[in-house]
Write a protein that binds this ligand. Sequence first.
Ligand SMILES: Nc1ncnc2c1ncn2[C@@H]1O[C@H](COP(=O)(O)OP(=O)(O)O)[C@@H](O)[C@H]1O
Ligand SMILES: [Mg+2]
Length: 320
Amino acid sequence: MNIKFETPRGLLEAVRNVNLEIPAGASVGIVGESGSGKTVMSRAAMGLLSGSNVRREGTVVFDGKDLTAMSREDVRNEFGTGMAMIFQDPMTALNPVRRIGAQISEGLRLRLGMDKRAAMARSAELLALVRIPDPQSMLRKFPYQLSGGMRQRVMIAIAISCNPKLLFADEPTTALDVTVQSQILQILSDLRRELKMSMVLVTHDLGVVAGNTDFVAVMYAGEVVEQATTTELFANMKMPYTEALLKSIPKIDMKSGQRLPVIEGRLPDPTDRPIGCGFASRCSYVQAKCTTEHPPLVDAGNGHLFRCWFPLGHSIARKV
Ligand SMILES: Nc1ncnc2c1ncn2[C@@H]1O[C@H](COP(=O)(O)OP(=O)(O)O)[C@@H](O)[C@H]1O
Ligand SMILES: [Mg+2]
């Protein structure tokens, strides 16, 4: 898919030529630095991107159907309540002045037609599913009384309340500390299996996709630059960019306050993309060709796709 925004500075290409397939029941990771187009792509796939300044083309296929070709209404008709999304900051998605019970049961009443009692009982069950210790007392709380991790659990409970077939989780653990992060990821993984959902896990942290996804698409400057099964990606990494992302994963044993290694340099200006590879100016394996010709997405032969003239493992790349 291509997603462009008309901006005062010109046409901004947020997503370029991305075609993604989400097999039913699978978990797909979308990884990339901040600004690489992950959120725009996810929102577009869910039919949540609207506005007169948006132009889009391309495909995100789920369960044999191209989501991008469908209007928001069609998506709703086709999947019913079958898609849900959770976000980085659960506080903004929760209503601060309503009790948790009221917020979970609202969707159950509106979309599944449950009466008040049944919806409240189901809300407690959902809270138990996301492993909240005392669901009954949680129903009566307000969002400000909860920690970030507990709020995110409530958001997951709301997201799964209407039995989605597909759950988009956009940086669901980015705002949380490391131990809470892994609890939330574990809950998501378990729920996906128990409820037979597909999941798209969007993150800037390659470490997050490692144990939690079947497939990975790495995005850079609006494009998919590497895509493979998660096992293949880690065993046989092709892209210098993916390698750089891997090196920037925070380590649990790092002392707090220690600076994380980040990739040097910046993403190219999305309104003025370079002719060659967008990573060239930051790549430690750069060659002359990289700055003059844009690399196509090619298949290593086993479905492992990458977009690099001199992939890792290539003799020239190794010499540098
Ligand atoms: N509504 C919008 N109008 C114009 N530009 C936008 C809009 N939303 C996002 N962008 C731009 O699209 C690019 C991709 O953003 P985003 O998908 O949020 O990145 P990520 O989620 O990977 O951090 C960025 O350059 C961002 O500034
Ligand atoms: Mg984002």
